[in-house]
Design a protein around this ligand. Structure first.
Ligand code: SAM
Length: 416
């Protein structure tokens, strides 16, 4: 683990100012230096600093790995049996469910883990899905040089559990494309300062980090309740926000408004059909194309209006705009291709005996995971541990309705 990152002040600082913070002596000096740099540096300089700091952190992380090599040989074997199992089915987590999960979480207490350690499901606005199952499968443990990657940090629920159960020495790299998630969760993980490195990065670029092999990798796909909850980026049809929907607003990629205003009608239809499983995708795409001839889309409620015109008002439990918003988000972030690239990098990053756990909420995602795992199993690279995807039990779904469509698949790297 990078020694500088072990200082709480440095860990709590943004990536841009963390390199300056390292030079300072006292916390007050560190803060003064960091804010001076914030004012003095140009954005390009800040980015260069952040890149250098990140590289230093990763180098240190890899060094720590090399020095702990050998300890890791004592890893325990075995894991839980895949219990609640069902064939994958086409399903899309409804936004209503996700919102409910936030309130379920905030009214819930701490959850006891099956091991002696207590795991906080989250105190950061997002109830982690299948938390206990993921921890049981990934087998975090202390004093063996355990190293993990959380490819979708979010509010850090899975990271928290991995770090807690691998105390006192387990290490973790957490990625999230969303800068706000990184900053929020950096604070939450402070009890483990010195044992984690957080990096704002799309997991499609995981291989560019050139990490040393790890024991565990988790992907918990999609978006968090915090992002749905008035993030200002238009993920939710419930608020009047800009139609952005990018996990990383600085990515320079197209926004949801760009897609709505610029894509051919047939492509919009495909997106709503394939990613939203919207039965009336053609009608919806047509009405969008008609409207944008007169008025471009900028805000969420403009899209909600068109959806209701095309599909009719809400009748059941699910708001008619749920699927359209989900579909656009998947397209904006190119989520399926990111998943393919992220999985490819992840499986190469696992050391023999290392495990990968993927939680998906969409049938297309689950299919990608299933077929990639099968392919690697056929090549003798992985052993699939969940013959069918594991799903949350009734108690979890009751407590966290967002978990309802979750599917967890786990595999273990068997060959070098
Ligand atoms: C469901 S949340 C993760 C919640 C987390 N496991 C927890 O327990 O708090 C998914 C997170 O992954 C991030 N994300 C989604 N796709 C990503 C990608 N391709 N690269 C990096 N982060 C991504 C989102 O920004 C979001 O914060």
């Amino acid at each position: 683990m990078p020694s500088d990152a072990s200082a709480p002040e440095a860990s709590a600082a943004t990536e841009q100012d963390s390199s300056a913070a390292r030079q300072a002596e006292t916390p007050a000096e560190k803060q003064a230096d960091a804010s001076a740099v914030r004012q003095a540096e140009t954005p390009a300089e800040k980015q260069a600093d952040a890149g250098a700091a990140r590289q230093a952190e990763i180098r240190a992380w890899n060094e720590a790995e090399k020095s702990s090599a050998g300890q890791a040989e004592t890893r325990a074997a075995g894991g839980p049996e895949s219990s609640a199992v069902s064939e994958p089915e086409t399903s899309a987590a409804s936004e209503g469910e996700r919102s409910a999960s936030t309130s379920a979480q905030s009214s819930g207490g701490a959850m006891e883990s099956s091991a002696a350690h207590r795991v906080e499901p989250t105190d950061a606005g997002h109830a982690s899905v299948l938390l206990e199952a993921v921890l049981d499968w990934l087998q975090p443990r202390g004093n063996v040089g355990f190293r993990a990657v959380d490819a979708t940090l979010g509010s850090g629920g899975h990271s928290f559990g991995l770090l807690e159960r691998s105390s006192p020495d387990g290490q973790l790299v957490g990625l999230d494309a969303d800068a706000a998630a990184i900053e929020r969760t950096r604070l939450r993980l402070q009890p483990f300062a010195g044992r984690f490195t957080l990096i704002q990065r799309n997991f499609r670029h995981l291989d560019e980090l050139e990490l040393e092999p790890v024991d565990a990798i988790v992907f918990d796909l999609g978006l968090s309740s915090v992002q749905l909850d008035a993030s200002g980026r238009g993920f939710s049809f419930r608020y009047e926000e800009s139609l952005d929907m990018r996990f990383d607003s600085d990515s320079g990629g197209p926004t949801a408004a760009d897609l709505l205003n610029g894509l051919p009608e047939a492509e919009l239809e495909r997106i709503f059909r394939d990613y939203g499983e919207e039965r009336k995708s053609r009608r919806l795409a047509h009405m969008i194309a008609r409207r944008r001839n007169n008025t471009a889309y900028h805000h969420t409620q403009e899209l909600v209006e068109t959806v209701i015109q095309a599909l009719g008002p809400q009748r059941g439990r699910i708001h008619p705009a749920t699927r359209a918003f989900q579909a656009l988000r998947i397209a904006v972030n190119d989520e399926l291709s990111a998943l393919e690239k992220g999985l490819d990098a992840a499986v190469r990053l696992l050391r023999p005996g290392g495990r990968i756990a993927v939680i998906s909420f969409h049938s297309l995602e689950d299919r990608i995971v299933k077929w990639r795992f099968r392919g690697w199993a056929d090549d003798g690279l992985l052993q699939v541990l969940t013959r069918r995807p594991q799903q949350p039990d009734e108690e979890e779904v009751e407590r966290n309705p967002r978990a309802r469509s979750a599917k967890l698949r786990v595999a273990e790297r068997v060959a070098a």
